[in-house]
Ligand binder design. Structure first.
Ligand SMILES: *Cc1c(COP(=O)(O)O)cnc(C)c1O
Length: 389
């Protein structure tokens, strides 16, 4: 029976705790496991090498970690996916998807903006991908017989651009689709229900929520999850058990944190939109940012991240980052404290000027990740910093 998402966030991955006689997630730091017999070890290792679950013993921690597997099961439940596969970082997960999709040395269709490192991974030639960057409505026309996958982010980092996933999946036809779901979190958006093949997260962000864990996770079908596990076993981009423990510990408050941050971001977006120093505000709560009406249809809410352009350009943006006192001037997002950063100079510097222009990333743009503080305190800090621009 499906439960509400707050109940799922609290209880997922914990179904056997009573039988185990524990209340907190058991943290197993073993790197190797005693085998009850050689035959057990051989059978289990063979099953895992083929992408499956352990049969009786995890054998070796690069093959399987019970602590990581608990958190993966919880994320799969929240994403309403068959399975989820955890990685050492968001980028390790995205790289594993590119390898699994056969994108190395092949054709990829992608929509800008993407997170700066994802953009660069595709564009740099390091994976020998040939990328066509297109608008969402040009995806169907850009497909070739050798197109390995379609890559998109919605809401996109850093401009909060929204893409209609049902329409994108239809346009992609037989070509699998990777969506970076980091900004929405499974609380607000579950791409697999819309036909997407892989929903990837930087779990370093809201899924961790406290700015102290690096992690990634990809939700997908059982068959595709097996491929990702095989790649993870062979390339070693593992999530550490301690990190998985912290992620599982943070999960019960995910819906509360996401909704509190979302309420703050919505209020700040409305106030910034009326501020004379601000040229434009990007947050899905503003009608201009959601022309297709995706909030309420594709997403359950506009989320906790926003971006804004300053009339004063780069100088004004640098001034705001220097002047904020309560708000933390730092990259990353989805933490309990509010963070502000400059995409052109930091997260999207690596994309280059042309790619930034194509993605709508301006020199006067700041990205703000709302935390869960009192909104009046945040506004006082932000308004004081804007006075100086
Ligand atoms: C941070 C981020 C990533 C990269 O994740 P890491 O955990 O830093 O490797 C990927 N996509 C988005 C949207 C991000 O914000």
């Amino acid at each position: 029976m499906a439960t509400g998402e707050c109940t799922t966030a609290v209880h997922a991955g914990r179904h056997d705790f009573r039988d185990l006689g524990v209340h907190a997630p058991p943290l197993d730091r073993s790197t190797t496991y005693p085998l009850t017999s050689l035959a057990t070890g051989t059978a289990s290792l063979g099953a895992m090498a083929a992408g499956g679950a352990p049969q009786g013993s995890p054998v070796y921690a690069r093959l399987h970690s019970p602590t990581v597997a608990r958190w993966e099961a919880a994320i799969a439940e929240l994403e309403r996916a068959d399975e989820a596969v955890a990685f050492a970082s968001g980028m390790a997960g995205i790289t594993a998807v590119l390898v699994a999709a056969g994108a190395v040395g092949r054709h990829v269709v992608a929509v800008r903006p993407l997170y700066g490192c994802t953009d660069h991974l595709l564009q740099s030639g390091l994976l020998r991908c040939e990328v066509d960057w297109v608008e969402p409505d040009a995806v169907a026309g850009a497909l070739r017989p050798d197109t390995a996958l379609v890559v998109v982010e919605t809401p996109a980092n850093p401009t909060l651009r929204l893409v209609d996933l049902r329409a994108l999946v239809a346009a992609a036809g037989d070509v699998p689709v990777l969506v970076d779901n980091t900004f929405a979190t499974p609380v607000l958006q579950r791409p697999l229900e819309l036909g997407v093949t892989w929903s990837a997260h930087s779990a370093t962000k809201a899924l961790s929520g406290h700015g102290d864990v690096m992690a990634g996770v990809v939700a997908t079908s059982a068959e595709r999850a097996g491929e990702l596990r095989q790649i993870r076993i062979l390339t070693g981009g593992l999530l550490d058990a301690q990190a998985a423990y912290l992620l599982h510990r943070s999960l019960p408050t995910l819906p509360l944190r996401v909704r509190a941050a979302q309420a703050n971001a919505t209020e700040l977006a409305a106030r910034l939109d009326r501020h004379p120093a601000v040229a434009a505000v990007h947050h899905p709560s503003l009608p201009a940012c959601d022309p297709l009406g995706l909030v309420g249809r594709q997403m359950d809410g506009p989320g906790g991240n926003l971006a804004f352009d300053l009339h004063g350009g780069y100088e004004a943006a640098a001034q705001v980052m220097k002047a904020v006192e309560l708000i933390t001037p730092a990259v990353s997002l989805g933490s309990t404290d509010t963070l502000v950063q400059h995409p052109a100079g930091l997260t999207h510097q690596i994309v280059g000027e042309e790619g930034r222009a194509a993605g709508g990333i301006t020199p006067g743009m700041l990205r703000l990740s709302a935390g869960i503080e009192d909104v009046e305190d945040l506004w006082r800090d932000l308004a004081a910093a804007l006075e100086l621009t």
